[in-house]
Ligand binder design. Structure first.
Ligand SMILES: Cc1cc2nc3c(=O)[nH]c(=O)nc-3n(C[C@H](O)[C@H](O)[C@H](O)COP(=O)(O)OP(=O)(O)OC[C@H]3O[C@@H](n4cnc5c(N)ncnc54)[C@H](O)[C@@H]3O)c2cc1C
Length: 418
C-alpha cells in the first residue's frame, strides 16, 4: 500500500489529497499544515474581515470530512526533507516516511517597503489568523491604508468602504499584477474606486511616515491618514525548510511539465512551485486559487497513472467592484506589430475589452464588463491562452457582449474528448 505525504493543506494540497483518494482507495494519505484549521477559502477573507461572512462560511470542510475520507491531517511544521531516505521531519522531531511526496507549502508575504511603515500598526493578509488580527484592529481603527495590488487588496478596499472605513489603497510602482492592466483600464479602475469612495493612489511610493500624527506621505506629496496599515502586495514561495534538502529551488521549487522536482518521487504544486509561464517562456511562481486547485488534481493523476502533461499557465488577476467584473490575463501590454489587437472602449459606461492575438492564438486579454463573471471566466481564459487553443471560430466575435470564455473552453474540451 503506497504512502503519499502532502505538505500543505491549502487548495493545492487539499485537491491533490481528494483526487488521490478517489484514484487510490487503499493508499495512506497524510496532509501536513502549520496552521490550526481545516482547509478554508482564502478568497473570502476580505468578506470575513468586513463581517459579511463568518468563520464557518470560510471553512470548506470540518475535521470529520478528513476522517470520512481516510485522510490523516497532521497539525505540525515540516522542517526537513530527507530525500535519500524518503522521510520528512517535523519541528517536534517526528519522522514520516513516504513513497511519493507532494510539496504544496504555498507562499508568504514579502515586502521591500520603506521600513518606516512599521512604526504604524501594520498587518499582513495571508492567513485566517491574519484576518482575525485585522478584524480585531478595525474595532478601533477608522483610517485604513492598504498597500496592495492583488485581487485581495481590491476586494478588501471595497469591503472596508462598505463598513464605513476611510480607506486609502496604495499601489507601489512596478507592482506586477497591477501592471497587467494597460493605461486605459487603469483609468477605468481608478474611476470605479473613486465612485466607490476609496482613496486610490496607484503607481506611487511611500516617502515618509509620521508615527505621532498617524500619517503617510506619498511620493506625490499627498499626506494620508493611517490608523492601521495592511500590506498585501507581494508573495514569495514558502521554501525555507527546503534549503538543506536536495530539492532544487529558484524563487520557488522548480518543476517540469509533470510537476516533478529534480528529485525522484517528489512533486511540487500551487504557489510554491515554479511552473512554466507560456508568455514569459520560462518557469516562475504564479499565484491563484483556481490554478492551484487544477494543479492539485493533475499531480494526483500524474502520480498514479500515465502522466498528463501540463502546458503551463499565465499571470492573471480577477475581482469585482460593485457590478463590474475585472479580469486580466497573459500578455496585455507592450506588444509589437506582430500581434493583432481587438479593443472596445466606453469610458462613459466604464466598459473595456482588449484581446491580443498571435495569429490564431489568443495570448492575453483585459475585460471590464458587467456581464462576464470573474468566477466563471478567469480559469477558462487562462486555459484558452495557456493551452494554445485555436480561436479562429470566435476571433471575429471576440468583442461580443455575451461571449463567455467558460463556454469557449467547455466547447474545446468537449471536442477534444470527442
Ligand atoms: C486574502 C487572500 C485573497 C485571495 N484572493 C484570491 C482570489 O480572489 N482569486 C485567486 O485566484 N487567488 C486569490 N488568492 C490567492 C490564492 O488564495 C492562493 O494562490 C492559493 O490559496 C494558493 O494555494 P496553495 O495551496 O498553493 O498555498 P496556501 O494556500 O498558501 O497553503 C499553504 C499550506 O502549506 C502549509 N505549510 C507551509 N509551510 C509548511 C511547513 N513547513 N510545514 C507544514 N505546513 C506548511 C500552510 O499551513 C498551508 O496549509 C488570495 C489569497 C489571499 C491571502
Amino acid at each position: 500500500m503506497a504512502t503519499y505525504l502532502i505538505i500543505g493543506n491549502g487548495i493545492a494540497g487539499f485537491s491533490a489529497a481528494l483526487r488521490l483518494r478517489k484514484l487510490r482507495k487503499n493508499a495512506e494519505i497524510y496532509i501536513f499544515t502549520k496552521e490550526k484549521y481545516p482547509i478554508y477559502d482564502k478568497r473570502d477573507l476580505p468578506f470575513f474581515i468586513s463581517g459579511k461572512v463568518d468563520e464557518d462560511y470560510i471553512l470548506l470542510t470540518d475535521l470529520d470530512f478528513y476522517e470520512e475520507n481516510n485522510i490523516n491531517i497532521i497539525f505540525g511544521t515540516v522542517t526537513f526533507i530527507d530525500t535519500d531516505n524518503y522521510e520528512i521531519r517535523l519541528s517536534d522531531g517526528e519522522y514520516y516516511g513516504y513513497d511519493k511526496l507532494i510539496i504544496a507549502s504555498g507562499s508568504k508575504p514579502i515586502s521591500k517597503i520603506n521600513q518606516k511603515i512599521f512604526q504604524l500598526p501594520t498587518y499582513y493578509l495571508k492567513t485566517m489568523d491574519d484576518a482575525k488580527s485585522i478584524k480585531s484592529a478595525l474595532k478601533t481603527a477608522n483610517n485604513v491604508v492598504i498597500i496592495g495590488g492583488n485581487q485581495s487588496s481590491f476586494t478588501l478596499a471595497a469591503e472596508l468602504v462598505d463598513i464605513n472605513k476611510n480607506v486609502s489603497l496604495i499601489i507601489r510602482k512596478g507592482n506586477m499584477t497591477w501592471n497587467l492592466f494597460d493605461d486605459f483600464s487603469k483609468i477605468v479602475i481608478s474611476k470605479l474606486f473613486s465612485y466607490l469612495g476609496v482613496n486610490f493612489y496607484p503607481d506611487v511610493e511611500i516617502s515618509n511616515v509620521d508615527r505621532k500624527k498617524k500619517s503617510i506621505k506619498l511620493s506625490s506629496g499627498k499626506q494620508i491618514p493611517a490608523d492601521i496599515v495592511i500590506i498585501d502586495e507581494n508573495f514569495t514561495p514558502n521554501i525555507d525548510f527546503l534549503r538543506k534538502s536536495k530539492i532544487k529551488v529558484g524563487e520557488g521549487i522548480i518543476v517540469d511539465h509533470y510537476f516533478m522536482t529534480n528529485v525522484e518521487d517528489v512533486y511540487a504544486i500551487g504557489d510554491v512551485a515554479e511552473v512554466y509561464d507560456v508568455i514569459y517562456g520560462k518557469n516562475m511562481p504564479h499565484q491563484g486559487w483556481e490554478i492551484a486547485k487544477e494543479q492539485g488534481e493533475l499531480v494526483a493523476y500524474n502520480i498514479v497513472e500515465p502522466a498528463c502533461e501540463y502546458m503551463g499557465t499565465v499571470t492573471a488577476i480577477g475581482f469585482t467592484i460593485g457590478k463590474y467584473n475585472i479580469l486580466a490575463a497573459g500578455l496585455t501590454t507592450g506588444t509589437d506589430d506582430k500581434y493583432e489587437i481587438f479593443t472596445y472602449k466606453n469610458l462613459g459606461k466604464m466598459i473595456y475589452k482588449k484581446f491580443i492575438f498571435d495569429g490564431e492564438y489568443l495570448v492575453g486579454g483585459i475585460m471590464i464588463t458587467k456581464e462576464q463573471s470573474v468566477d466563471e471566466n478567469k480559469l477558462s481564459l487562462i486555459r484558452v491562452i495557456s493551452r494554445k487553443m485555436i480561436m479562429e471560430p470566435w476571433k471575429d466575435d471576440i468583442l461580443r457582449d455575451d461571449l463567455s470564455f467558460y463556454e469557449i473552453y467547455t466547447y474545446f474540451e468537449k471536442n477534444i474528448e470527442d
